[in-house]
Every structure is written in C-alpha cells, then in structure tokens.
Write a protein that binds this ligand. Structure first.
Ligand code: XMP
Length: 535
C-alpha cells in the first residue's frame, strides 16, 4: 500500500500532520527523524515535521536528506523547511521576535502545484523563533507574509517544497488543501485508505495471521477494545473469546448495558463480576497510586484465571491504537511515550500479541466502528480510566460511595447526552472533522454536549463534608465535582465551557435525587497544570 513517511523532529504537531494525511484517505507512518525506511518502495513522499530545536543548536536533530531528495517528493514544515535550507547552503537566523499566530500569504505563486486552489491572503499559522533569511541557490521563493519573506520555497531541481507555517493546524485555513496538493497531486496518492478498505484488508490479514487459532481479548467497554473485538469477530467468529471484568467501579449499569451491547454484536463474551474481590482488597486504601496498584494486580489475577480456562488459546488481542505506539521524541531525544497497553498474562501461556488497530488514530477507530455497524453510543463513548470510579472517589472506597457517585454521574452523563446545541462555522467543522455524525442544515449542525466533549465525569469528594439545608433539615454531606474537558489526545485538555442553564439543571437534579450529596461544584482547571482525573 502506498504511504507517506512523516519524519518526526519532535514537534508537538507531528501527530496532527499524520492525522491530516489520513484524512486525505492516504496511509502514513510517523517515524523518528533518523529512521527513514530506506528501500521501501511503497513510500511515495516524505514530510519533515517541526521541532523544538533551532538548526543551530548543537543537539538539533539532523538527517541525511540524500536518502530521499531527488527520489520522491519532499515537504518540509517549519523546522523541516529551515533544515532543508540550512543543509543546502541557505541561511537560518534568529527572528527579531518569535512569530506566533495568524499570518496571511500576501504573495504566493498561484502556478505552483503546492498552492493549487489557494485564494489571495490565505490565513496560515506561524510558530517559529528562527527564520529563513536566504534559501539555497537552486530554490525559489513561492510565498511570503508581511513578516516572513520565505514563507514557502521550492527547489527548481528536485521535487522539494518547504513551508515556514504549519498547514496541519486548524488555523491554517487552507492547510488541508496544501497537504492535499502535496500528497495527492504531487506524490500521486490514490486515496484508497478508508475505513472500508481497512476493514477488508485487516479481516483478510487477521485470517491469515491467526488461522484457526483461538484468540483471547480483554474488553473494557471502551471504543478501542470493542472495535478490535468486532473486527476480530468478523475475521474469526467463535474462535475469539472476549473477557469483560467488572471490578465494581464502572459507571451505573455499565456492566449490564455493555454486556448487552456485546451480545447484540454477536461477540462471544465471558462477563466476570469480581467486584467483591476488588472492594475487599481496596478496603481502607486512600492513596491513589496504591489503589491503582491493587486494581491492576487484581485485574490481571481475575483475567488470567479466566484466560487459563481457554486451554488452546494462542493469541492475546488488544485494542492498542497508533498514538499508544508512536515514539514521540522529547527535546533530549529520549522516547517519552512507549507502548503502555501490554497486559501481564502469564508467560507459560505463550500467547502472541495481535493488535489489529495498531495503525489507527482514535477518530479512525471510530470510523472503523461505524463501518462495522456498531451502535453510535459505543463508538462515541468517552474514554474512561481503567481503575474506573476508584480514582474519582477521594479517600477510601466503599460500595456505598460508589453507589452515590454512580447515581450523580448518571444524571450528569445523561444530561450531557440529552442537551443539544447548534453549531456553525469553525465549531461545526471541527466537530464534523472528528467524525461525529450530524447533518448540516442551513449551515448549522445539531449535536449533544456529550459529543462536543473529550471526556466528562463526576468526582466524589468523600473526604469533605459541608453543611446544607433541605426542607427544614440541616444536612452535612459530601460535595461532588463535575469535570468536562475538551482535548484531542488527553495530553493537554481545557475545561469545557458548559452552558449555565445545563449546569443549573444538573446540579438541581443531583442534589434533589442523590442521597448523600448536598453540593455540586464545576472543575475549571485545565491540563496542565491539573490532570483530567482528580487522582
Ligand atoms: P490524566 O488524569 O493523567 O488522564 O490527565 C489522562 C487520560 O488517561 C486516563 N487515565 C487512566 N487510564 N488507567 C487508565 O487506563 C489509569 O490509571 C488512568 N489514569 C488516568 C484519563 O481518564 C484520561 O483519559
């Protein structure tokens, strides 16, 4: 299959470049800057990402451009553009002031294929401290902004283009057009990477990979493991056995509802209610990391006990997705994110790992889920932490506290699903680009608050009590904190600006209906410095 290689020089937006290329129905791989796959004939183009470094830094990441220049088309973005210039006799200098934010392409070469379809003064997004002050001899300037003479340049000798701005970010209004011009028109992508083609090829690959072997998969109720299960089920049917462990700290009715969904999807699922074990092992434990350790250990124990009953299993399938595996570089060049999804199955079972979603971004997983006909509420489900409500109850955990939190959270989550908002313009575009199914009518779409949010949940502040009054009675009970954040990857997150009338309704309902709660707060902290979960 054709692919674009994205060389990662450590920019925060490298993954975004990958997602944009995939949105063009083109397969791409993000690899560390020094890992260009030489000799791979399926590579049709290379994109060099930005970087936190200046090309003049002694530690700056450098690459031998002759590996691909002159052989396949190349696009340098930001540092990538500066590096191509620097490595070919151009000049890169510290800019008078760091340029950050919107700019407009006041001049551009409309005849250059990179700018096909561009309108005058197209808005682009800049973020750079260095600037290119001279381009290599065999290059020509193809775009400028008010402050940046070499906003884009191209080689006259080789298929090489370079842009100082970031076409991958949303604020570069014609950024996707530029990437399309490069990927499709210049590199010749056939645009045949789609959810449908992914399902067809993956089902065939899975059949070839596992043959008649039995496969075990741990379900969590989340979108990744669910989509992986349905995909495997399509490939190997009853040879797949799924195990879904209830640790007792799932959302209200979640175990029951999700089991029902899985059964409707025709999955062969073993549901294990191990809540008593978890509650007893967690009794009196207040430290968040200790809670995580106990839950992790118990989970592996319960899962293993079930897995070992499936005697002839050869494979362990997991819903690992691409961002879990990308080796992103930090400025010291060390890998800062490694594969975190591997469970702890006993070695004596000799299981091989099968990860059918390992090339997909989250939004692609959702598209594949839709392609497989899965229900929308499973596909759009928010991420939920493995330890569940245990890290949303401050202090020790008891079944009663879990009950209080489940009831409050249920009101909140149903409220988010029921509350509809109308969006237009950029906001609507962003929601549609994330794959949320909504029909555009008169320039507007209607979506639920839930679908606009990355993740929402309720936290029981069970170590705190406050006074309230209900009827003629004084109350002395716990507050809950509502949390809702917007994010693309959970690495950073902003608190969501929920409408006041929604908050008023939810707060009222929780206090009136949930015994044990007499106060509702809304968490207005972003990440960093706060985290999404309270524990
Ligand atoms: P934080 O709280 O670190 O969370 O901002 C980032 C994302 O990770 C989820 N999360 C967890 N997921 N086990 C998990 O499987 C955990 O222990 C855990 N802690 C946090 C969190 O819900 C958010 O999506």
């Amino acid at each position: 299959m054709q692919k674009i290689i994205i060389l990662d020089f450590g920019s925060q937006t490298t993954q975004l470049i990958g997602r944009r290329v995939r949105e063009l129905d083109t397969f791409c791989e993000i690899v560390p800057y020094n890992k260009f796959p030489q000799g791979d004939d399926s590579v049709i183009g290379v994109i060099l990402s930005g970087s936190p470094y200046s090309v003049h830094d002694p530690e700056a990441f450098k690459v031998d451009l002759s590996q691909f220049v002159g052989r396949i088309p190349v696009l340098g973005i930001c540092y990538g553009a500066q590096f191509i210039s620097y490595a070919n006799g151009g000049k890169v200098e510290k800019a008078d002031s760091r340029e950050y934010g919107r700019a407009n392409l006041q001049q551009f070469d409309a005849a250059n294929p990179l700018f096909e379809g561009f309108v005058p003064n197209s808005q682009v997004w800049m973020s750079h401290g260095d600037t290119i002050t001279a381009i290599p001899e065999d290059c020509k300037c193809i775009a400028s902004t008010a402050n940046v003479k070499y906003a884009a340049y191209a080689s006259t000798k080789n298929p090489v283009w370079a842009v100082q701005f970031h076409p991958e970010v949303f604020h570069s209004v014609q950024g996707t057009q530029l990437l399309k011009n490069f990927v499709v028109n210049i590199c010749g992508s056939k645009q045949d990477w789609s959810a449908a083609s992914f399902v067809d090829t993956t089902v065939a690959e899975l059949r070839a990979q596992v043959g008649n072997d039995r496969v075990i998969l741990g379900l969590s109720g989340g979108v990744d493991s669910s989509v992986a299960a349905v995909l495997l089920n399509r490939a190997i049917g009853k040879n797949l056995t799924c195990i879904f462990v209830d640790h007792g700290m799932l959302r209200k009715n979640e175990f029951r509802d999700v089991m029902h969904d899985y059964e409707c999807l025709g999955l062969n699922v073993i549901g294990v209610d191990a809540s008593e074990k978890f509650f007893s092992d967690l009794a009196g434990v207040t430290d968040p990391e200790q809670k995580r350790k106990i839950i992790g250990r118990d989970f592996v124990e319960v899962f293993n006990a079930e897995a070992q009953k499936i005697k002839d299993a050869k494979w362990l399938a997991q819903g690992t997705i691409y961002p879990d595996r990308i080796e992103s570089l930090n400025i010291t060049g060390k890998v800062i994110k490694s594969h975190h999804n591997v469970g702890g199955l006993p070695k004596e079972m000799h299981l091989s790992l099968c990860e059918p979603l390992k090339w997909l971004f989250k939004d692609e997983v959702r598209r594949v889920g839709r392609q497989l006909g899965m229900p929308e509420h499973l596909i759009t489900r928010h991420p939920f932490p493995g330890p569940g409500l245990a890290v949303r109850i401050l202090g020790d955990i008891t079944p009663e506290k879990v009950r209080i939190l489940q009831d409050a959270d249920d009101i909140y989550i149903h409220g988010l699903r029921d509350y509809k908002v109308k969006l237009s313009g950029e906001e609507a575009r962003r929601v549609l680009a994330a794959g949320v199914p909504a029909d555009m009518k008169d320039g507007e779409i209607e979506v639920s608050l839930y679908d606009q949010i990355w993740q929402a949940g309720t936290v029981l502040l069970s170590t705190v009590r406050s006074v309230g009054v209900m009827g003629d009675e004084r109350t002395y009970e716990h507050p809950v904190a509502l949390r809702a954040v917007t994010s693309t990857d959970a690495m950073t997150a902003d608190w969501a600006h929920l409408p006041y009338d929604f908050m008023a309704k939810v707060s009222n309902e929780i206090i009136n209906k949930v015994r044990g709660v007499n106060r509702v707060c809304y968490d207005i902290s972003s990440k960093p410095p706060s985290t999404i979960e309270w524990e």
